[in-house]
Design a binder for this molecule. Structure first.
Ligand code: SAM
Length: 191
């Protein structure tokens, strides 16, 4: 109903998105990024939207990558963050060119999970980390969230943490489930 990746929806809600969302948990993201075995100087925040998660991080040079022009415009105007309009399944970055990739509350919107993971793995240098923060569809609140998103016409597809870890392993990322619950975190370290 909202087009591939629910991007039309995010284009429409971009002006009010940050009013409706709590700040991202920068501490949890930073802790997850510590799984990287190389210094994190260059980071891509894929499906980064208005830069909510990127704004919670300090240190690396961050590029927000998103398919919604309006969300990227918010990231630039409200937060001064550099952005690039691109599909998570076709990242316009070279092989082994970044130290970390984050995907926060966005993986379930991505239309091609395997392509997004393969692209993150390709762009990561050895020892770099992919950090995905998501919602567990097997948790009661996760079931509610999935039902709510589908009820408003979204195409969201949620993966449980063990399935996401297995999918990371298949693209040469060493997976670690960092925390479980309604919201969970899986890190994949590039082998
Ligand atoms: C719920 S928002 C999350 C934004 C941000 N990460 C945050 O935590 O606030 C999901 C984002 O995924 C983006 N998105 C959906 N499909 C995408 C795709 N194929 N490639 C890149 N971004 C996509 C949407 O445009 C939207 O900005």
């Amino acid at each position: 109903m909202y087009g591939v990746g629910d991007v039309d929806f995010f284009d429409r809600v971009a002006p009010v998105y940050d009013l409706a969302m709590p700040p991202a948990d920068g501490g949890a993201l930073a802790a997850a990024l510590e799984h990287a075995t190389r210094p994190i100087e260059r980071l891509l925040d894929v499906g980064g939207g208005s830069g909510r998660a990127a704004a919670a991080l300090t240190g690396p040079e961050i590029t927000v990558v998103d398919a919604s022009i309006e969300m990227l415009s918010r990231a630039r105007r409200a937060r001064g963050l550099a952005g690039l309009a691109a599909d998570a399944g076709r990242l316009p970055f070279g092989d082994a060119s970044v130290d970390a990739v984050t995907v926060v509350d966005a993986f379930h919107h991505l239309p091609a999970h395997d392509a997004a993971l393969a692209e993150a793995a390709r762009a990561l240098a050895p020892g770099g980390a992919l950090v995905v923060r998501e919602f567990d569809p097997d948790h009661p609140l996760g079931r509610l969230l999935a039902a709510g998103e589908h009820a408003i016409g979204m195409d969201s597809r949620f993966l449980p943490p063990d399935d996401l870890a297995a999918a990371m392993d298949a693209v040469d990322l060493d997976p670690r489930i960092v925390d479980r619950g309604f919201g969970y975190t899986v890190v994949g370290v590039r082998r």
